[in-house]
Design a protein around this ligand. Structure first.
Ligand code: HEM
Length: 253
């Protein structure tokens, strides 16, 4: 990034932050309209309550603010990239997010896409994206290299469902019968299910209750008034012993 880019980006952070809701709404609507396949990647329940839309844009703005010393955000980036890997986020998806974010910035600031300002934001976004992609690449490599480790989504069969108060304890075993990564209780895992009556997959993170040599257990809490995209409610109401769900590897990295 040039010093001029840095000045332009930093000068617009406060305006974008003030218009944060408009920025993120426009961004997600545009992106999910142009790339409906991403509805399988983002949990649409989180879109409804706007938790996730705000988080992504807030992280980009925080990065831009600290563009000269991004190391202050190292801890936050560690957390975000771990979550991304757990959701199988891929490098090529960064271009889609970037394009839609830049269009949204251009809209909110009312400046042309071919302006210097958007070029500066593009440089800032690319710098952040490159950093995150390389952090994620390392995590995928580490996961794949561990005994029983894997990347992406792996099919698991539900072997038992036990009631535990108002929650359900799901036990699952790998459908391929191969070894699974050993992980401590409380390690996050993502579970992906099919939404009934829709051509849609939805992921959600849970915490491992236990892992044995060939099975994982996770607790699915009761959800009062769930949205149609609540993975916990879908599991509790529509999944049975013998059915298959997809899991990403426990995030031990
Ligand atoms: C520089 C670019 C990006 C930034 C700064 C960013 C930032 C974030 C942040 C702050 C979170 C929330 C973490 C948490 O819940 O604690 C998040 C979650 C997530 N990100 Fe990203 N992200 C970026 C790129 C991407 C890309 C390219 C994709 C894939 C298309 C993606 C997909 C997701 C998903 C699916 C979640 C979880 C959302 C949910 O809870 O439903 N992100 N990201």
């Amino acid at each position: 990034m040039t010093p001029q880019h840095i000045e332009l980006v930093k000068a617009t952070v406060p305006v974008l932050r003030e218009n944060g809701v408009a920025l993120t709404r426009y961004f997600y609507q545009r992106m999910l309209n142009n790339h409906p396949e991403l509805k399988n990647t983002f949990n649409l329940e989180h879109q409804d309550n706007e938790r996730q839309p705000r988080a992504l844009a807030a992280a980009v703005l925080a990065y831009a603010e600290h563009i000269e010393n991004p190391s202050v955000l190292a801890k936050a980036l560690e957390h975000i990239t771990t979550k991304h890997v757990s959701l199988d986020i891929q490098p090529e998806q960064y271009a889609i997010v970037g394009e839609n974010l830049l269009h949204s910035i251009s809209e909110v600031l009312d400046v042309a896409m071919d302006s210097d300002l958007i070029a500066a934001w593009q440089a800032a976004y690319m710098q952040l994206a490159d950093l995150m992609i390389s952090m994620e690449k390392n995590k995928y490599q580490t996961l794949a290299s561990q005994h029983g480790g894997w990347t992406g989504w792996r099919a698991f069969k539900i072997s038992a469902i036990e009631r535990s108060g108002s929650a359900y304890l799901f036990s699952v075993t790998a459908q391929d019968g191969q070894a699974i990564l050993n992980a401590q209780a409380n390690t996050p895992i993502s579970v992906r299910v099919s939404v009934p009556e829709q051509e849609l997959l939805q992921p959600q993170q849970f915490k491992l209750s236990a892992s044995t040599e060939n099975s994982y257990q996770f607790l699915v809490e009761h959800v009062a008034e769930p949205s149609p995209y609540s993975v916990a409610a879908i599991l509790a109401q529509h999944y049975d012993v013998g059915d298959v769900v997809e899991l990403s590897a426990p995030m031990t990295v």
